[in-house]
Design a protein around this ligand. Sequence first.
Ligand SMILES: [Zn+2]
Length: 259
Amino acid sequence: MRGLWQRLRQRSEQRAVARRAIPDTVWQLTLARYPFLALRDAADLVELRRLTSLFLDSKEFSGAHGLQLSDDMVVAIAAQACLPVLRLGLRPYDGFVGIVVHPDEVQVRREFVDDDGIVHEFDDVLAGEAMEGGPVMLSWRDVSEAGESAEWGYNVVVHEFAHVLDMGDGLADGIPPLASVAERQRWQAVLMADYEAFCARVDDGEEASLDPYGTESPEEFFAVASEAFFVAPHDMRAEHPALYELLAGYYRQHPAGRP
Ligand SMILES: [Zn+2]
């Protein structure tokens, strides 16, 4: 039965890839615009292109504020979203369908209640947002500049999809679903040690290769570490060797090359 089911699934995947085949010109343009993708070896790129087609087949994109989404825009987003799950497959993304693309960053009104019960309102500016069950929101300006911003480890698509992975167990806590309690404990130990050291460095005003936004919380730290892991892996490994190895084990990828 298992063999039959696998064959059926394989066939349905092949049909989806054919339905959403990415034209060569669009794929080459994507690789040229996002050099951190082009750096991958040939086998990775074949798999990335296949996953990108499957992603396009299973997700719904919409442009906000009249933004028209062209083929190369949705392929750019899909390819970057598939990079973290290159070895994990698309199943971790099954919990949502919609991707809403805004022309630029989005201003939102936030409120929080302090310890004395007083409600504070403030404006927040978002380049992206991921919520459990979706949709994922992205600023096209930030996505389109990802080729250049990779230099400082910034990538909004990887950031938001790292949050999606993190929330796979229903909790946004910087710990994605893992196979065992022992793995979870090890993850927490490595992540928290690195997180606290990073917060101390940022507090001291030291230069860091990760986005200081990562000091917000362990889940933001996981998301910014994932960005750098995929788009500026050498700097990330040099500054956070233990965290790099943790992420390499989880994502089953070694973007900085094997030591
Ligand atoms: Zn975030």
